[in-house]
Design a protein around this ligand. Structure first.
Ligand code: 5AD
Ligand code: SF4
Length: 497
């Protein structure tokens, strides 16, 4: 199969062919991804024997916390596990259990500790079960220390930079007698390496996420992401385009380009490429019908990108543009590097270029030093923009970030009261926006049979809204035209036309 770009193995069959060539009598190769192929082969042999011994399949259970980047990482992890001989299960009674963690807010960490406590019984029932933890939370030293002390039944901990090493770590854990009783900790940093061509599974056959970059350089003063995900690294455009082409050949119609700040894509490449240029190249891929991306930082949103969106037939009419605060004073303390006026100008340009664009955002309430006036400015901006949806967060103190030691930490009850006011406002505005769209007809990509009512299908419009409508399950993964009949706030009820 001929795929543009320097890489030619991306799909399962191609990787299987490469695995067959691995010689296990030799020591593991030093280069990636061959080194991981070697360990996958080791695991395959181990799994074959183990399954015979148990007289049943081996099961892997993966729970994902947090953002789309983590969801994509979990797909890669599942790909490796399946290739190694495990089957996915929804049940936590599994042979391999993994939590892919998030640490962006404190309560994400608390959830993981809660779940780990409950796992004790499972491990007693099945002492051979391997419990693994990965993701952003594991990149925090204090977290790993705490787990080492208080959650001894965890077997493997790895970070966000070395997911590709899972097969190697699991091989050591399962095959090396010396590692059996030990907690294997491999948090690894300080490399720019992006390992391509590992197995990966996709949740949907018709849409999927594609990492275009990893890490973040922005250091917003409240945010832990740059510390746990490291510096910005972009994938080569050829690799990205090759991956999308391969997905399209497998039936994918919609891609979501993923990065912490997609607007600064390509700056660190040997031959720098802008995000707008990457989109132009993706647009040309035959058979690809829809392109989405997440997340955009307002400070890097270029006129070139807005123009590409205006010219495009494939880029969806939706932009997630985190605001964080409507007060220019606070934006400065947050190190966001734009003002309220800059933000409003972007919104104006976007709406001029793509009149029916849906805008969504993230807002933090109760940031240190937030006064009632600052908060009123946020409310005011939310009304002025008229978001289709906004994710609102209570500020959460993250150790090691500049904001954690700032003066004027807002009292929890004050923050909560503001949060409730903001949420009410956001809900009202998004309901009004949604109501305006009723009666119109949209092209919908059908995503699944409705979980509550199997006579209904659920799909998404270009503007990212959800709609439920009567249909046949054979339509999942296809485009249909649907009239939005009734707005229910977060979704619509519709009819096919
Ligand atoms: N407290 C609350 N919300 C936060 N976010 C990031 N860090 C914090 C924090 N410390 C929010 C931001 C970001 C979203 C993914 O999470 O709004 O855009
Ligand atoms: Fe965090 Fe800011 Fe980077 Fe987003 S842009 S991940 S909020 S530091």
């Amino acid at each position: 199969m001929e795929i543009a770009g320097k890489k030619d193995v991306m799909n399962r069959k191609e990787i299987e062919k490469r695995l067959e060539k691995i010689d296990l009598t030799l020591p593991p190769p030093e280069t990636e991804p061959e080194r991981q192929y070697y360990f996958i082969r080791l695991l395959q042999d181990w799994a074959e024997k183990k399954k015979k011994e148990l007289g049943r399949p081996l099961y892997a259970n993966i729970t994902t916390f947090g953002c789309q980047m983590n969801a994509r990482d979990s797909e890669k992890i599942l790909g490796i596990m399946q290739m190694a001989g495990f089957e996915e299960t929804e049940s936590e009674e599994a042979d391999f259990l993994l939590y892919n963690t998030c640490t962006v807010r404190e309560n994400a960490n608390l959830k993981v500790y809660g779940r780990l406590g409950q796992l004790k019984k499972q491990k007693e029932k099945n002492p051979d079960m391997v419990i693994a933890l990965c993701g952003c939370m594991m990149q925090e030293k204090e977290v790993v220390e705490k787990i080492g002390k208080s959650y001894r039944n965890v077997d493997i901990i790895f970070g966000t930079h070395n997911i590709f090493k899972l097969a190697e770590l699991l091989s050591i854990k399962l095959l090396d007698q010396r590692a059996k009783q030990k907690m294997l900790i491999d948090i690894w940093d300080g490399t720019e390496e992006i390992v391509e061509d590992l197995p990966n599974e996709r949740k949907y056959s018709f849409k999927g996420g594609v990492n275009i970059m990893f890490g973040c350089n922005n250091f917003c003063s409240y945010c832990i992401v740059p510390y746990v995900r490291g510096r910005e690294r972009s994938r080569e455009p050829e690799d990205i385009i090759a991956e999308i082409k391969c997905m399209v050949q497998d039936g994918v119609k919609e891609v979501m380009l993923l990065g912490q700040n997609v607007n600064s894509y390509g700056k660190n490449l040997k031959n720098p490429v802008t995000f707008a240029e990457l989109l132009r190249r993706a647009e040309e891929i035959e058979g690809l019908e829809r392109i989405r991306f997440m997340t955009s930082h307002p400070k890097d949103l270029s006129d070139e990108l807005i123009q590409v969106m205006a010219d495009s037939k494939k880029i969806c009419h939706h932009m997630h543009l985190p605001l964080q605060s409507g007060s220019s004073r606070l934006l400065k303390v947050m190190n966001r590097r734009y003002t309220k006026e800059d933000y409003l100008l972007l919104v104006e340009k976007l709406r001029k270029a793509v009149p029916d664009i849906a805008l969504t955002t993230d807002i933090i309430v109760g940031f240190p030093g937030e006064t009632e006036e600052d908060f009123e400015e946020t409310l005011d901006l939310v009304r002025t923009v008229g978001y289709d949806n906004a994710f609102t967060f209570l500020y959460s103190k993250r150790t090691g970030t500049p904001a954690a030691s700032m003066e004027g930490q807002v009292l929890p009850e004050v923050a909560k009261e503001r949060f409730d006011r903001l949420l009410t406002e956001v809900q009202q505005i998004s309901a009004q926006k949604a109501a305006k769209r009723t009666g119109t007809v949209h092209t919908i990509l059908v995503e699944e049979v409705n979980q509550q009512d199997s006579s209904l299908l659920t799909g998404r419009g270009s503007q990212n809204f959800l709609v439920h409508f009567p249909g046949d399950k054979a339509q999942v993964g296809t485009f249909v035209n649907v009239r939005l009949e009734e707005s229910k706030g977060f979704y619509y009820l519709g009819k096919q036309v």
